[in-house]
Design a binder for this molecule. Structure first.
Ligand SMILES: *Cc1c(COP(=O)(O)O)cnc(C)c1O
Length: 499
């Protein structure tokens, strides 16, 4: 097979192998790695129904990660999807209330981040070996809740790696906080910061770019990498479940091979839906990718007007993982839709960092026709949770509900009744207070485990083990620091002098 190389969205940097791109995380010029060409699927759609999730992952990923051997990929796929997911299907497709819910939340941390973060550590360690890199890899992560726990869980106990997570001490749900502070594994470090997510993110970015820090780490044979969705190693595994969902529709006779379906995706950093775009480019029959935002509707406005503008009020919503105004992976779409024009992408990104906004040329907008977009207010999100519970006895989490609500509007507005897969990104047990309040069975957020039990009764299900055991697990991480002290804390963790 031909080697597929990766280049930066912003420049003429020499193309890198997939292993190097995974290891580096971010390209040297600040751009994101993209495949020089998005590969076509080398299997027929009619093969999909017989393929397990792991088999689908292997077939999809080997097209992108061409310098990994099949044995290496097989090992990574087995380690990730072999027995870490509570559902034997890994990502079951459930038909309720006229829609198909692709449940991506049966992994160890109950959110879709597990789909990629269970496998990324293995891809990364293999990449290090292939690139002759023997330094300890330090994964530095800022989180608003879901990514941090998934990265901790993914990298815990992985030899040759260390994972350091900063979260806003008062900016995550009580379940999310407990998930992180009880994390096991000698190579895991969790730090609450006095500040919000943007402070955590800014502090992490500063450390990643700090030359003196990098030099001090190199002297101790340590290097940084990234577990955020800017890493192409997170994006590629996510392409799998678009093919897998289509295979399930074929297997149950709900769709004929070649029939176009829609995917509605609750979107924040644009990583999940971009994986759907890659699947579509590979030949998956996707009619529309429906980009669903909450009240932070910067993406909806972008698709509607061609203008991206982050200068706006920031809303804290019940779908916190989508509370984001700088959607990093959109840069990759701009690059592809703009015909691979890196200079143009670089210009748009320069404008974004200078003024917080940019306008794309009409020619680029024509490349966005795979997408439709919408947003759901808090009231609409709550109503969707209630309606689907009452009509289908199915309990959605608030992120999934945003996608459902946007799809409902889309169908009414366009009359497009194509089958639609709602990409379900989190378990309702992770956000029990908002879910119960939406259904009208509210409770006290100070006892989230009791609330989770209440959801189990309503849904006729069981509280997932990952939530149940939170009650018994001891808190292992208690460090809280000021945002000014993030680097000092890191230096002490890594055994570096205080700079
Ligand atoms: C991260 C996350 C999202 C947003 O996904 P992006 O890839 O950032 O667009 C949506 N829902 C949940 C539950 C998440 O954790």
């Amino acid at each position: 097979m031909n080697q597929l190389l990766y280049k930066s969205t912003r420049g003429e940097e020499t193309p890198a192998t997939s292993a190097r791109a995974v290891l580096n995380g971010l390209a040297g010029d600040g751009g994101l790695y993209v495949p020089v060409e998005i590969p076509r699927a080398d299997f027929a759609l009619t093969e999909l129904p017989a393929m397990s999730y792991a088999q689908t992952a292997l077939r999809v990923m080997r097209l992108f990660l061409t310098d990994y051997s099949d044995e290496e990929l097989q090992r990574a796929v087995q380690a990730a999807y072999g027995d870490k997911f509570a559902d034997p299907e890994v990502a079951p497709l459930v038909n309720r209330s006229g829609a198909w819910f692709l449940e991506l939340f049966h992994g160890p941390t109950l959110a879709f981040k597990d789909m990629a973060l269970t496998i990324l550590p293995h891809l990364l360690v293999t990449a290090a070996q292939k690139c002759g890199e023997d330094r300890e890899i330090v994964i530095l992560t800022a989180t608003s809740g879901d990514t941090g726990k998934a990265a901790l869980e993914g990298f815990a106990g992985v030899a040759g790696t260390r994972v350091v997570v900063y979260f806003p001490e008062h900016g995550v749900s009580s379940i999310q906080k407990r998930q992180m502070t009880t994390q096991e594994g000698e190579n895991t470090h969790v730090i609450g910061i006095v500040g919000n997510f943007d402070d955590a993110q800014a502090g992490v970015k500063k450390m990643l770019a700090d030359k003196a820090l990098a030099a001090a780490m190199a002297a101790r044979r340590q290097m940084f990498s990234s577990a955020n969705s800017i890493n192409i190693g997170r994006l590629i595994p996510q392409v799998t479940y678009y093919f897998y969902a289509y295979g399930r529709l074929l297997a149950s006779g709900e769709a004929r091979p070649g029939e176009e379906v829609n995917f509605a995706v609750p979107t924040g950093n644009f990583g999940n839906i971009l994986a759907g775009y890659y699947a579509r480019c590979m030949g998956l029959p996707v009619r529309k990718l429906i980009c669903a935002s909450n009240s932070n509707k910067v993406l909806f406005d972008f698709f509607a007007t061609g203008i991206y503008d982050q200068n706006r009020e920031f809303f804290t919503t019940m779908s916190p993982s989508m509370d984001i105004l700088v959607s990093s992976n959109l840069e990759r779409l701009l690059y592809h839709a703009g015909g691979g024009d890196a200079a143009q992408t670089a210009n748009l990104m320069r404008s974004l960092s200078a003024s917080g906004r940019y306008r794309v040329p009409e020619s680029l907008r024509e490349g966005l026709d795979a997408f439709s977009s919408g947003f759901a207010t808090e009231a609409e999100t709550a109503l969707a949770i209630k309606d689907v519970f009452e009509s289908g006895r199915y309990v959605m989490d608030p992120h999934t509900a945003v996608a459902f609500s946007v799809w409902r509007h889309y169908r009414r507005q366009t009359g497009d009744h194509s089958k639609t897969v709602i990409v379900s990104t989190a378990s309702p047990y992770k956000f029990p207070a908002d879910v119960l309040a939406s259904i009208g069975a509210g409770g006290d957020d100070r006892d989230p485990l009791a609330l989770a039990e209440k959801i189990a009764v309503l849904a006729g299900g069981r509280v997932p083990r990952a939530v149940r055991e939170l009650g018994q697990k001891p808190v292992r991480h208690r460090t809280v620091c000021r945002k000014e002290d993030m680097e000092a804390v890191l230096r002490s963790i890594l055994g570096l002098n205080s700079g």
